[in-house]
Design a protein around this ligand. Structure first.
Ligand code: GDP
Ligand code: CO
Length: 396
């Protein structure tokens, strides 16, 4: 892959937030005696050797809740062979056992491609028992089972990725219509990691277009309605501390992103759909230099957040207006409730949500439960006790 180096960077304590980088070439070939890594001062070539080396050390987590199987099958086919695929499902098991259908589809797929994959249902009581046994209970609801929610699924995926000895974990939604786009996301993840200078790294996908159907045909819009608002407030938060307005954040709601496990295991996560923007907020809270941190090594080495614009457009399921409202309130809510959110910004968020009719007068966005870092989990212990989870399957 050939992509440009970050053109500008916002530095916030130990955190570097890089501006969007573009892809020039999806596949830039093998090394075999070719020109070196940097073709110029501004473009970086990441060879196929480098990419596959990183893919071998990467798990791809696919959170899924009741998506159409055809879409899941397409996504599976787009994930590079050497990655470990991990599906975390929250699909209904009655009247039809949708989870079983997903597992069957995965098993059938793997019979043909011989790939390594894991699948698990997040509300499996055996999983909750295992988590209780290792003392990691931040994912539980009042009944002591793992809550419903996308973030909850993603955290379980990260636990399994670490348990399997992977160094990187990437996320790809299951409702993507274009397998080729899925493949590009993973190549971008690997290229970003190859370019990063820190072991504490995050790579977020910025979609070139999010096409919509209109009366006159396909319209290639640049921005989703939710992400535009989320990015605006993330940027305001950054500007408040730096004193300079910025547009650096473009990927506040990007479900497609990856992290080094070394970074992932230190973060706190916000429940449900607020997970993606809160990852950025939490990085600023922890490593932005505003609040002291116990992780001196991270402060020394720095955290890098990269954003890379795809070549493929993003086509996914249209989930309707209620979903947009839920996502917007959850996204702005996690900024609103952050301990580093200045009072002025808080007021603006309230006003905006009320003007949009998403909150009633006098109503505040609900504070989402937080999930504490998983670096405390004893992985060997977890691997031993996870055998209780009956939905857990490993296919090869
Ligand atoms: P959007 O694309 O950001 O608008 O959100 P989606 O509704 O498409 O959700 C993103 C991905 O998360 C999809 O693959 C969903 O099936 C999946 N998802 C949503 N809720 C849950 C959940 O509670 N648990 C799990 N494991 N996955 C979920
Ligand atoms: Co979607």
């Amino acid at each position: 892959m050939k992509l440009d180096l970050p053109r500008y960077t916002e530095r916030f304590g130990a955190t570097s937030l890089h501006g969007v980088q573009r892809v020039f070439e999806l596949d830039s070939g093998f090394d075999d005696g070719r020109e070196g890594r940097s073709i110029s001062e501004t473009i970086r070539r990441v060879s196929n050797e480098e990419i596959s080396e990183i893919e071998r050390r990467m798990a791809i987590v696919i959170p899924i809740k009741g998506e159409r199987l055809k879409l899941l099958e397409g996504v599976l086919s787009g994930v590079p062979h050497d990655c470990l695929t991990i599906i975390i499902s929250n699909s209904p098991r009655q009247p039809v056992d949708r989870y079983k259908l997903e597992r069957d589809a995965l098993e059938q797929f793997n019979r043909f491609v011989g790939r390594n994959a894991l699948i698990l249902h997040q509300s499996d009581p055996g999983l909750s028992d295992a988590l209780r046994e290792v003392g990691y209970t931040g994912l539980f609801d009042q009944n002591g089972v793992v809550r419903s929610g996308k973030a909850e699924g993603m955290v379980i995926g990260m636990l399994l990725a670490k348990m399997a000895g992977k160094e990187y974990v990437g996320f790809i939604d299951a409702d993507n219509y274009v397998p080729g786009a899925v493949n590009e996301y993973v190549k971008i993840f690997a290229s970003g990691i190859a370019m990063s200078k820190s072991p504490y790294t995050m790579v977020r996908i910025s979609w070139i277009y999010k096409p919509k159907m209109s009366e006159t045909g396909l319209y290639f819009s640049k921005w989703g309605r939710v992400s535009e608002t989320t990015n605006q407030y993330l940027n305001s938060l950054i500007s408040y501390y730096t004193g300079f307005e910025t547009e650096v954040m473009r990927t506040g709601n990007s479900g497609e992103h990856c992290m080094s496990i070394r970074l992932a295991e230190l973060l706190s996560y916000s429940s449900g759909y607020s997970i993606e923007p809160y990852e950025v907020v939490n990085i600023l809270e922890e490593f932005g230099g505003i609040i002291p941190t116990v992780h001196q090594d991270v402060m020394d080495k720095g955290v890098e957040v990269m954003q890379v614009e795809t070549r493929n457009p993003h086509f996914h399921e249209d989930k309707g207006d209620d979903h947009l409202r839920e996502m917007t309130v959850a996204s702005l809510g996690c900024i609103y409730h952050s301990k580093i959110c200045p009072p002025k910004l808080r007021e603006k968020i309230l006003e905006d949500l009320r003007n949009k009719g998403m909150l009633a007068q006098g109503e505040e966005p609900q504070e989402m439960p937080k999930i504490t870092p998983f670096n405390v989990v004893d992985m060997r212990h977890l691997a031993r006790v996870l055998t209780k989870a009956t939905s857990f399957a490993h296919t090869e």
